[in-house]
Design a protein around this ligand. Structure first.
Ligand SMILES: Cc1ncc(COP(=O)(O)O)c(C=O)c1O
Ligand SMILES: [Zn+2]
Length: 422
């Protein structure tokens, strides 16, 4: 079988040779379709492994990513593809992972078990978001350099993204380095460091108040979709807006597996990932699974906004879940609220890919009480020593929430992402 994406809702196939494989061809504007990369077993391939030891994961794991397959099938040499990564952004480095003794002790784990932390705060743009976006940008650059895109370097259409924080900064950072124009759609109330950073990176900022005639949903997403309708490129960290984002996010899971396997750990009892739109958890878990790390996904939401918990309850046994999209996923009815304000997406856009991972790994959704969100925001910096935001520490809130259900010898992993900015 040829490698590509398959729509989880309607089954449409999109091959890796396709230009701009952002959305399902049958998607009629409602975004209730999502292209999911075929499982490796389906394409007759075995597990993922690194190719060489280049420090940049977009080089080391290039052969497993859609942008690289697209480049090679259209005649680009592997050496040119590697050079393209270097020219686009050579700042990606494997982020560190290690057992935190202070945090393991604080949570009462014995030496055989404990808490492993992958510290993503030093990644490009200060969070994992740039990983999702880099795979889109590489596809664009390949298409442009091979003359497959309907533009040239001097007539590039704008990139567009909706976000209130880390994703916008990651997008603007990548766009700035690639000298690509970008429109950022942010909430009316956004301010402070994030906006100042976006301005310094030359992003075109659009504030998005809710309009009287707006349908339900986040107004920044509505304005973003209008821009895409006018020809902007969906530079999005949500799979239903741009499937390629899920592809690059897997680098986090590959790196994690690579580090733990090298240390003799091929199985952990829980991989805790904070969930907003859901792309991060889906790609981290998939990457870990592909490289051979057995890790049940513990997808963490907060009590102030937990649409994935709802969907997991109703969709876990539904074989045609994506076709029944609106029975399982709809916008959180009350105003989402939590100190972890970066994961307050009122819909878990990537819930289908998350449920696939929860099923495949034997995982679960944990809803963290706000007290645990607050506690995690304090102990992540003070005890684990990572300068991480409350959003980026929210996986720890999930661990605190279900600590009593885990043995003292359990081994768990946290993804600390999102540097604290103020
Ligand atoms: C630091 C951090 N961690 C986790 C997430 C959650 O990622 P996702 O929206 O893909 O679920 C976000 C963003 O939403 C984030 O900024
Ligand atoms: Zn479809």
């Amino acid at each position: 079988m040829i490698d590509g994406f398959r729509c989880a809702s309607c089954g449409a196939f999109v091959g890796l040779d396709t230009f701009a494989p952002w959305r399902c061809p049958n998607e009629g504007g409602d975004r209730r379709h999502v292209l999911v990369r075929m499982e490796r077993a389906d394409v007759g391939d075995s597990s993922v492994s690194a190719d060489g030891d280049d420090p940049n994961p977009f080089v080391r794991f290039r052969r497993h990513m859609a942008w690289h397959a697209f480049a090679l099938v259209h005649g680009m040499s592997d050496a040119s593809a590697v050079q393209l990564v270097r020219d686009t952004n050579d700042g990606f480095r494997t982020t560190p992972v290690g057992r935190s003794s202070p945090l393991s002790d604080e949570l009462g784990f014995r030496p055989a078990g404990g808490v492993w932390v992958k510290d993503e705060t030093g990644n490009v743009g200060g969070s994992q978001k740039a990983r999702h976006l880099m795979s889109i940008l590489l596809h664009l650059r390949v298409a442009e350099s091979l003359g497959l895109a309907p533009w040239t370097r001097s007539t590039r259409p704008s990139l567009a993204i909706s976000s209130c924080g880390n994703a916008a900064i990651a997008a603007a950072t990548l766009a700035h380095a690639a000298t690509w124009p970008i429109e950022v759609f942010i909430p009316e109330w956004a301010g402070g460091t994030v906006v100042a950073t976006l301005e310094s990176l030359g992003a075109n900022i659009n504030r998005c108040p809710r309009r009287a005639d707006d349908p339900p949903g986040d107004p920044t997403v509505l304005r973003f979709r209008e821009a895409v309708g006018r020809g902007a490129i969906p530079f999005s960290v949500q799979g239903p807006e741009n499937a390629l984002c899920l592809d690059g996010g897997r680098t986090f899971g590959w790196e994690l597996g690579e580090s733990l396997l090298a240390a003799g750990v091929d199985e952990v009892d829980g991989l805790f990932v904070q969930v907003g739109g859901g792309a991060f958890a889906a790609s981290v878990s998939r990457g870990a699974r592909e490289i051979g790390l057995r890790a049940p996904l513990f997808a963490v939401q907060t009590e102030g906004c937990a649409p994935l918990a709802r969907a997991w309850n109703s969709a876990r046994d539904d074989d045609a879940m994506a076709r029944h999209w609106s029975e399982h996923m709809w916008a959180w009815e009350t105003e989402p609220r939590s100190l972890a304000d970066g994961i307050l997406d009122d819909e878990t856009y990537d819930w289908v890919a998350d449920v696939i991972e929860l099923r495949a790994t034997g995982g679960r959704v944990v809803v963290a009480g706000e007290q645990n969100v607050i506690r995690s925001s304090l102990i992540a910096p003070s005890i684990a020593g990572v300068n991480v935001s409350p959003t980026g520490a929210a996986g720890l809130a999930g661990l605190l929430q279900c600590r009593d259900e885990l043995s003292d010898d359990a081994r768990v992993v946290l993804a600390f992402s999102g540097v604290k900015r103020d």
